[in-house]
Write a protein that binds this ligand. Sequence first.
Ligand SMILES: Nc1nc2c(c(=O)[nH]1)N[C@H]1C(S)=C(S)[C@@H](COP(=O)(O)O)O[C@H]1N2
Ligand SMILES: [Mo]
Length: 203
Amino acid sequence: MLKFTRGFSGHNKAPRDPRLPPGQYDVGKDWPVLTAEVTPKLDTASWTFKVEGLVGKPTTWNWDEIHALEPSAFNGDIHCVTTWSKLGVNFSGVSVDTLLAAAGPLPSATHVLAFCHTGYTTNLPLADVTNGQAWVVWDYEGQPLPTVHGGPARLLVPHLYFWKSAKWVSGLRLLDHDEPGFWERNGYNDHGDPWLEERYQGD
Ligand SMILES: Nc1nc2c(c(=O)[nH]1)N[C@H]1C(S)=C(S)[C@@H](COP(=O)(O)O)O[C@H]1N2
Ligand SMILES: [Mo]
């Protein structure tokens, strides 16, 4: 398909923020809520997160145990496929690298399926959740992550469209193949790179 020069927007316009991927706008202070399922009430006393599947040591953390891991923070931008982006946000929690290091992915593992306390799923190549690119987060701007935004904890994979950042995440399953998740089975792109505008299947 023909693609026109990005950023050409006529005259007398403020320069486009270079942090905005093509086709995205800055949503400003708002943080829209997009949820397919009913927002759950999860009790941190019974909350767990597990790494399972093709790993040497399947591992489950409870709320206290995951907080005892090395903390890791993200400052940067998030991009929803519905075209809003939110710039310069702060999340903190734990790096997915730390979780995977404990469970030990087998050499055959190529993909992960993130699953949730609510049944939502999303798929990612293992290479997109390693090397400081993905987190399980429970703080937003220094406050507990609001329930509507996935609290007590959500996945954060900010370099991909935000549907990959599963709210109320309960674990990662390592696989030797790609297995489409909820939105990927319903027309969204398997990968979802906002800089390549991988919005829908076939993009
Ligand atoms: N469990 C769950 N996670 C989810 C979703 C969902 O419906 N359920 N929606 C995804 C989509 S499409 C987006 S854009 C973001 C929205 O996150 P927000 O509501 O915090 O903005 O969450 C993603 N994670
Ligand atoms: Mo979305």
